[in-house]
Write a protein of this length. Structure first.
Length: 630
């Protein structure tokens, strides 16, 4: 099979998109590769197709659990074996999956970068027959990028374990500086670099500096047909704006990460299937959502970086038809943005305090806690210790950078069980403990194969089947867990916080102060770039492309600045055009005023009469009171 056969057989596509084929060829030639394609450009295929063409397994590093799960599900639906390992999974569960990657037919192993830190993962990887290492969202490795993830720096150690395996790094957003950083930090050897222009011809970028943003929002939604996205600054506002739109007879819903999982998926589905026309969301919405016919993306507030803006705005018009990216931001928003970031940057003392409070929050003794993982509720934690949310997020990132802990995003893990004893021993236990017999039978019957791998269970189904309360059921499962009859991992829908080192006291903490200063500067630069974009009257596309190091781009002709220029040009040319027409007509002979007005094509009657009067005043044409002539 060649690459086109694979594309057809597994994906059902007939041809590759621009650059996909070149990138795949480079990977197949065992070259290290850096691929920059805009969001939706089809980056996944660039590593998935070559991996399918070769024997062995492809390791994929990806920062977001939601993205990993999505891709694994997609591959499985195509009949390709793929698994993912991420925060919140138990040690034993990871063990089993890794074994399958060594001995099984698994073609793709997705890993969060945090997972690379652990020894069991490293040792097992060295036993796998790896054909390719793919680093998705590779800009996360750069501290110059907008979404730096310190654990990404660990990836290069994979190269020591697997020195002969080629690496492909993929991203949609990277300035020249970040590209260089990716190559250096991943130690790419003589890499082949592929870059698709970031220009989006069908996307009109528009900025409005207005006081009444809500009114404008309604105007936009009424004028532009089709579905859209509205980004707002916080969770509360998602609901407020959505209700406001509904009051204006616009079909709308809201979305943020704090909603219950099932509610989130329902809202997302309704929007994807056009049951809801407008989704009002925080930036938690949109990653990995591949809806081609989004006609507008409106930001009701300034984004925190142009990278983030380009990504979010870029969700409009993936089908290449006309679409609008509108930023509504006024002077007070600009001030608020500056204030928000300068005031929420944590000091070294505050970082230490955050760490100290975490120790109390989880009741860890000094010197303890290494490797322990806990569900983390940021809002609850901040409330308990009276801390600012943004500042705390900042502090946690620094603690992550300095190797004290790692933090994963919100993840949903269904409850899982694995029997730890064999069939005969289990049977003996059932006889001796008749109270547990119905539960065990139920699990075995409904979720087969739970002796050699974790199987997902649903507690509510089990309560119905057994006629016991939820608490009783969970109590029984926990008891079986304690007795080491089975391993029970209850479901979570929360971020996980893991301590990487034994708890230290504040005097003996090692905080990288230089690094904090650097981050501050990077943040200031990013915010200045956003403010410049919002307030500079230059083609929006040129501004964005210049930011991504595509200099000398052509004017887009469709952004607010280009359109205003066109209008100004036209109004300047207008009198000249009228004068030309009047003169041309009079050259054929004298004309009555009525004939003259009727004969000129440009302008309305008032404009024509005004122009005739001006030409008379200037002596360029004459009249005898009845006819007009040159
Ligand atoms: P990216 O990671 O660059 O944002 P994805 O890899 O998620 O993009 O692909 C975006 C969408 O484009 C997916 O739905 C994918 O199936 C589709 N796609 C990718 N390559 C092709 C192709 N050659 N032909 C048709 N559709 C494609
Ligand atoms: Mg992608």
């Amino acid at each position: 099979m060649n690459k086109t056969d694979i594309l057809k057989q597994y994906w059902g596509f007939d041809s590759f998109r621009p650059l996909q084929e070149d990138i795949i060829d480079a990977v197949l030639a065992h070259k290290d590769t850096l691929a920059l394609l805009p969001t939706g450009g089809g980056k996944s295929l660039c590593f998935q197709v070559p991996a399918m063409l070769q024997e062995g397994i492809c390791l994929v590093i990806s920062p977001l659990i939601a993205l990993m799960k999505d891709q694994v599900e997609n591959l499985k639906a195509k009949g390709i074996e793929a698994v993912a390992i991420y925060a919140g999974m138990g040690k034993r569960e990871i063990d089993i999956l890794l074994d399958n990657c060594i001995y099984g037919k698994i073609k793709f192993l997705y890993l969060s970068p945090e997972r690379l830190l652990s020894d069991i993962v490293r040792v097992r990887i060295s036993h796998m027959k790896v054909n390719l290492i793919a680093i998705d969202e590779a800009h996360c490795i750069s501290q110059w990028g907008y979404d730096f993830r310190p654990p990404y720096l660990q990836i290069k150690e994979l190269r020591t374990i697997l020195p002969k395996v080629p690496v492909i790094a993929l991203t949609a957003t990277a300035t020249q500086f970040v590209r260089k950083d990716i190559v250096e930090k991943l130690e790419l050897k003589d890499p082949q670099v592929f870059v698709k222009s970031f220009a989006r011809k069908n996307l009109s970028y528009v900025v409005f500096d207005l006081e009444d943003k809500y009114k404008k929002l309604v105007d936009i939604i009424r004028n532009v047909k089709g579905c859209g996205l509205v980004y707002v600054r916080n969770r509360r506002e998602t609901a407020e704006v959505s209700f406001f739109l509904k009051r204006n007879q616009i079909s709308a819903d809201y979305y943020h990460a704090g909603l219950e999982r099932s509610e989130r998926s329902r809202k997302q589905e309704d929007w994807k299937s056009n049951k809801t026309r407008v989704m009002v969301a925080t930036n938690a919405f949109g990653m990995g959502i591949d809806k081609p016919d989004v006609r507008f993306v409106v930001h009701l507030d300034l984004p925190e970086s142009l990278e983030a803006y380009y990504q979010e705005a870029g969700r409009a018009g993936r089908d290449e038809h006309r679409a609008f990216a509108v930023l509504l931001a006024n002077k007070s928003d600009q001030k608020a943005l500056e204030y928000k970031y300068s005031n929420n940057f944590p000091s070294v003392e505050e970082i230490k305090k955050t760490y100290h409070y975490l120790g109390s929050y989880y009741q860890l003794a000094y010197g303890m806690g290494e490797g322990l993982s806990f569900p983390f509720d940021l809002a609850d934690y901040c409330k308990k210790f009276n801390l600012g949310v943004l500042k705390t997020i900042g502090a946690l990132k620094f603690l992550e950078h300095d190797g004290y802990l790692t933090l994963s995003e919100n993840i949903f893990l269904q409850s899982r069980v694995l029997f730890l004893i064999n069939n005969e021993d289990l049977y003996r236990f059932q006889i001796e403990n008749a109270g547990y017999d119905p539960l065990i039978k139920s699990i075995l019957r409904s979720y087969g194969g739970s002796f050699d791998q974790y199987v997902k269970i649903n507690e509510y189904d089990l309560t119905k089947r057994l006629g016991v309360s939820f608490n009783t059921l969970v109590g029984m499962l926990k008891r079986l867990h304690e007795l080491e009859i089975l391993s029970y991992l209850p479901q979570t829908d929360q971020p996980q916080l893991q301590f990487l080192r034994p708890r230290a006291d504040q005097l003996h903490m090692d905080i990288d102060v230089k690094y904090i200063e650097l981050r501050k500067k990077i943040q200031d630069d990013q915010i200045s770039a956003v403010l410049a974009y919002a307030s500079t009257a230059q083609c929006r596309s040129i501004q964005l492309l210049a930011y991504f190091d595509e200099p000398a781009a052509a004017k887009c002709g469709v952004c607010d600045v280009c359109l205003a220029e066109k209008r100004a040009e036209e109004s300047k040319e207008f009198p000249e055009k009228l004068e030309f027409e009047i003169a041309t007509l009079l050259q054929t002979g004298p004309q009555s005023l009525d004939d003259l007005v009727a004969g000129v094509k440009t302008g309305n009657e008032t404009e024509k009469l005004n122009q005739i009067r001006e030409l008379l005043d200037a002596g360029k044409i004459k009249t005898d009171g009845k006819n007009y002539y040159l």
